[in-house]
Design a protein around this ligand. Structure first.
Ligand SMILES: *[C@@H]1O[C@H](CO)[C@@H](O)[C@H](O)[C@H]1NC(C)=O
Ligand SMILES: *[C@@H]1O[C@H](CO)[C@@H](O)[C@H](O)[C@H]1NC(C)=O
Length: 258
C-alpha cells in the first residue's frame, strides 16, 4: 500500500493546485487498437499507443532507466558523460524520490543530452480509463512545472499494458516504450550479484535486443552494473543513444506543450 499512497501523493499535487481536469470520454470498445493508432502517412513517424521495444537505426543501443529521479541518478549521469553516451530516463512523480525534490537532477539530465520520458507508477492495468488519464496528467503537471513542457514518450510501470492502457496512451498521444534487453537489476541489487545482470545484458545484446531496462535508483545498478553495460557497448562498437535517436525520431517530437 506504500506504493499506492506514494502515487496518490502525486495526484494530490494536481487536485490541490488546478481545477478538475477535463477528461476525454472513454473510447468505445471498437476504437481500441484500430487503424487510428496505426502509423499513417499524415501522422508522425512513430505510432502512439503501441509498444516499441527495438531500435531501428543500425548500430545503436538505447539504455533506458526507470523509476528516477533519485540519489543515484547523478552518478549515472557522470558515468554516461565520461563515456560520451546518451540514455533515456523514464521518471516517476513520487516513487523512490519526489520529482520536485530532484528538479535540479531532472534539469541536468535534459541539459546533458539525455531523453526524459514519463513512468507513471500506478498499476495502470488495474485501474479505469479515467484513472489512467489522471495519473498521466499528474506527471505531466510535474514535468510542466519543472521543465516547461512534457515528454511524449512513456514506459508503463512493470511494462504492463493491456488494450485499455494502450488506447488511453494513444488518446494522450504517447509513444510507448518496452524493452528487448532485461537485466533483472532489482533482484540483483548487491555487489556480488550485479554480474548476473551484466550477463543478462550481454545475452540480450547477443540475441539482437537494443532497448534495455534497468533502474538507476538501485544503488548497485548505479555503482556497478552501468559501468559493465558501458564497457560491453564500447567493446561491441555500438553507439549508445537516446530511445528517440535510436528510432530516428526528430528531437522536437520527444516533448510537447502541456
Ligand atoms: C502493482 O503491480 C506490481 C506488479 O504486479 C505489484 O508488485 C505491486 O504490489 C502492485 N502495487 C499495487 C499498489 O497494487
Ligand atoms: C530547471 O529548469 C527550468 C527551465 O530552464 C528552470 O526554470 C528551473 O529553475 C530549473 N530548476 C532547477 C532546480 O534548476
Amino acid at each position: 500500500m506504500y506504493h499506492l499512497a506514494s502515487c496518490l501523493a502525486v495526484l494530490s499535487i494536481v487536485t490541490r493546485s488546478s481545477a478538475t481536469p477535463v477528461l476525454p470520454t472513454a473510447p468505445s470498445p471498437q476504437s481500441i487498437l484500430t487503424s487510428s493508432t496505426l502509423l499513417s502517412r499524415d501522422e508522425p513517424q512513430l505510432p502512439y499507443g503501441q509498444v516499441i521495444d527495438r531500435c531501428t537505426v543500425p548500430g545503436t543501443i538505447a539504455f533506458a532507466f526507470d523509476d528516477g529521479p533519485y540519489i543515484y541518478t547523478e552518478h549515472v549521469l557522470d558515468l554516461l558523460a565520461d563515456a560520451g553516451m546518451s540514455a533515456t530516463f523514464f521518471l516517476c512523480g513520487d516513487w523512490e524520490g519526489n520529482i520536485y525534490d530532484f528538479s535540479h537532477v531532472v534539469n541536468r539530465t535534459l541539459s546533458e543530452g539525455h531523453q526524459i520520458g514519463s513512468h507513471s507508477h500506478y498499476n495502470l492495468t488495474t485501474v479505469p480509463y479515467q484513472t489512467i488519464l489522471k495519473e498521466m496528467y499528474a506527471l505531466e503537471k510535474a514535468f510542466s512545472d519543472i521543465l516547461g513542457f512534457v515528454p511524449t514518450y512513456t514506459r508503463t510501470p512493470w511494462m504492463h499494458v493491456n488494450e485499455l492502457v494502450l488506447s488511453a496512451l494513444a488518446d494522450l498521444q504517447y509513444h510507448v516504450i518496452g524493452a528487448s534487453i532485461l537485466t533483472d537489476d532489482k533482484a540483483n541489487n548487491s555487489p556480488d550479484r550485479t554480474e548476473r545482470s551484466a550477463e543478462m545484458f550481454r545475452e540480450g545484446l547477443e540475441q539482437g535486443g537494443s532497448i534495455s531496462l534497468a533502474h538507476e535508483t538501485q544503488r548497485y545498478t548505479a555503482e556497478s552494473l552501468v559501468e559493465k553495460m558501458i564497457e560491453e557497448v564500447e567493446k561491441r562498437g555500438l553507439k549508445a543513444v537516446t530511445v528517440g535517436e535510436c528510432l530516428g525520431h526528430p528531437q522536437e517530437l520527444w516533448y510537447r506543450e502541456r
